[in-house]
Design a protein around this ligand. Structure first.
Ligand code: SF4
Length: 324
């Protein structure tokens, strides 16, 4: 059985940067609590645990004096609350996520409805929505305080927050209805994407939104904010999936970009996602000549190597079992 690796795969520079920063920070401290999983990779999370780096679900759960924002970023409220509680905050947000947060905020300041294409419960999406909606929150605070800030007067007149997460036109319409806004009244929509979404699905979403909202004379502006490492890994996975009999996708089950790699590969051949080499199953490789391997953006090189070694062992075992 031949094993082929995707041309682009595995840990991205953003996750590497996050790990380096945390590694450096923990040297002078006994403990750091990360606000959510630092990286969606169970082996790494276990290793970090032994160094005093623990995962908590939010500031209220933390008992450490130092907390860290993960590569996925966080809403401005989290920074404010940490400061108000006197906590030291280490920010390891990936610079590409920071760029999307700032873009969402600027679009909101221009008066757009900001639609984030992504998974609503994902911390990155929550953070981006938080930055965009902070424009509304700050304007309302200023209105309450009676501060006269002309540029924000338009925002002050809004009756609801205008940043929402949606993956279909129906979800946008439902969100608009929930704010009491008829779709025909929306004048400008800005579309952005979670950095690890599938580019092709985002393009399809853009086409659907344009087709639905242009009818009302609404302007629709699309910003492709899928990050470059994700954008490179997806076509590399497709190229490989086209030439192999089965694909193994290595990465945490909670990792959105790993799940997307598995989904796009499965259009071309059977594709299985695993977190650890022990999860490989012999029946997946019966009659297989070529197996392809790719990995998500949080998967360390050593885990990929362990999987490749396990595949070689499995192959040797399967051939040894073939009767002469
Ligand atoms: S997947 Fe992209 S956005 Fe996320 S950490 Fe890596 S480089 Fe940054």
């Amino acid at each position: 059985m031949e094993i082929k690796l995707a041309k682009e795969m595995g840990m991205c520079f953003g996750v590497k940067m996050t790990l380096d920063r945390i590694d450096e920070a923990v040297k002078g401290r006994n403990r750091i609590d990360t606000l959510g999983t630092l990286v969606h990779n169970p082996q790494l999370v276990e290793k970090l645990n032994t160094q005093g780096i623990q995962v908590v679900n939010g500031l209220s759960e933390s008992t450490s004096s130092t907390v860290a924002v993960t590569a996925h970023g966080a809403a401005p409220e989290v920074y404010r609350q940490a400061q108000a509680s006197g906590l030291e905050l280490i920010d390891t947000t990936c610079p590409l996520v920071t760029r999307v947060q700032q873009l969402a905020k600027e679009l909101m300041e221009q008066g757009d409805w900001v639609i984030v294409y992504g998974d609503a419960s994902h911390p990155e999406v929550q953070g981006i929505l938080g930055w965009a909606n902070s424009v509304f929150n700050e304007a309302k605070e200023e209105a309450n305080e009676g501060t006269d800030d002309k540029p924000k007067n338009k925002v002050k007149s809004w009756s609801a927050r205008r940043a929402i997460c949606a993956k279909s036109v129906a979800e946008i319409e439902a969100a608009l209805a929930a704010t009491g806004t008829p779709a025909a009244k929306v004048r400008r929509i800005a579309l952005i994407s979670q950095t690890t979404q599938n580019t092709e699905w985002f393009k399809e979403f853009v086409r659907d939104v344009v087709s639905r909202f242009l009818e009302h004379g609404c302007e629709v502006h699309a910003h492709n904010t899928v990050c470059l490492p994700t954008a490179k890994r997806q076509p590399a996975a497709i190229d490989l999936a086209k030439e192999v009999d089965v694909m193994i996708v290595v990465g945490g089950y909670e990792s959105a970009n790993t799940r997307h790699l598995r989904d796009i590969a499965s259009d071309f051949c059977p594709a299985y996602q695993i977190e650890r080499p022990e999860q490989l199953r012999e029946e997946w490789f019966k009659g297989v000549n070529i197996v392809g391997v790719t990995a998500g953006a949080s998967t360390p090189d050593y885990v990929i190597k362990e999987v490749v070694d396990a595949l070689e062992e499995l192959d040797a075992k399967m051939h040894a079992e073939v009767p002469a």
